[in-house]
Design a protein around this ligand. Structure first.
Ligand SMILES: [Zn+2]
Length: 249
């Protein structure tokens, strides 16, 4: 009789587990620890699990989101550990779980990086160089994001710079990606204008989209203010007005 290897079965079982909600996770922790818990879920990569006993008898717990994927037996071990950090079995089990999840996060990180090959050198403009000089001159080197020429979908008739660039925000494991439309990689396009489009996307990195009355505000007033401070703002906006038809005509 041929049997599937036992540990393979366990692995696929774990991957099929759906994440718990933080409320469910908290309830399970309270049950297994026998204590009242104040829970905060984090993306903090340095401290995956912290518990601080409060004078009220409650325990303050800060846990990485990975724990929402922990199987039930693991969650009860986390509860045991929180109730008694000196519980050797529980503490080893928690460490083991964390290191396994970190390995998995690393593996995902590698594949996502491979999925988006970055192309920064165009025929006329080098995006990496433009990004770096803007970063130093305008953002004190603070901007962390990837940049690439995009695949060049057809341009829609919209008369703003959104047309030429986009920014996909990242997370703890990935700094996000700026994409610039390859239609800008042409001889008649002045470098100042390419810089302006890259500059615009870089502002998106520092001024994230926010919600106001349930609506997304992509370019709030402070965004436009920052944009106007671009060193070639007048030139770039004028050039855009006069030349937009050449891209979408
Ligand atoms: Zn924008």
């Amino acid at each position: 009789m041929i049997r599937a290897p036992f540990d393979r079965k366990i692995q696929s079982y774990q991957r099929l587990l759906l994440p718990k909600t933080p409320a469910e996770f908290k309830r399970s922790l309270e049950k297994s620890s026998g204590r009242r818990i104040e829970l905060t879920m984090t993306h903090n990569h340095r401290s995956m699990l912290r518990s601080i006993p409060l004078q009220s008898g409650r325990i303050l717990v800060r846990a990485h989101n990975m724990f929402l994927y922990a199987p039930p037996t693991m969650v009860s071990l986390v509860g045991r550990y929180i109730a008694n950090p000196l519980d050797r079995i529980a503490s080893h089990a928690v460490d083991f779980f964390i290191s396994g999840e970190l390995d998995r996060i690393d593996a995902v990180k590698k594949t996502t990086r491979q999925q988006v090959p970055k192309r920064t050198r165009g025929r006329h403009f080098n995006l990496r160089e433009i990004f770096q000089s803007l970063n130093e001159d305008e953002f004190e080197g603070q901007i962390q994001a990837g940049i690439t020429w995009s695949k060049g979908k057809r341009l829609a008739k919209r008369s703003t710079t959104i047309l030429f660039g986009s920014f996909t925000p990242g997370n703890d494991e990935d700094p996000g990606l700026i994409r610039i439309h390859p239609a800008l990689d042409q001889e008649f396009v002045p470098k100042e204008f390419v810089e302006f489009v890259v500059f615009h996307e870089m502002i998106h990195v520092v001024i994230p989209v926010r919600l106001r009355d349930g609506r997304r505000v992509v370019h709030p007033p402070e965004f436009r203010e920052r944009e106007r401070k671009f060193r070639h703002y007048e030139f770039a906006t004028k050039w855009e007005n006069h030349n937009l038809h050449r891209f979408i005509g």
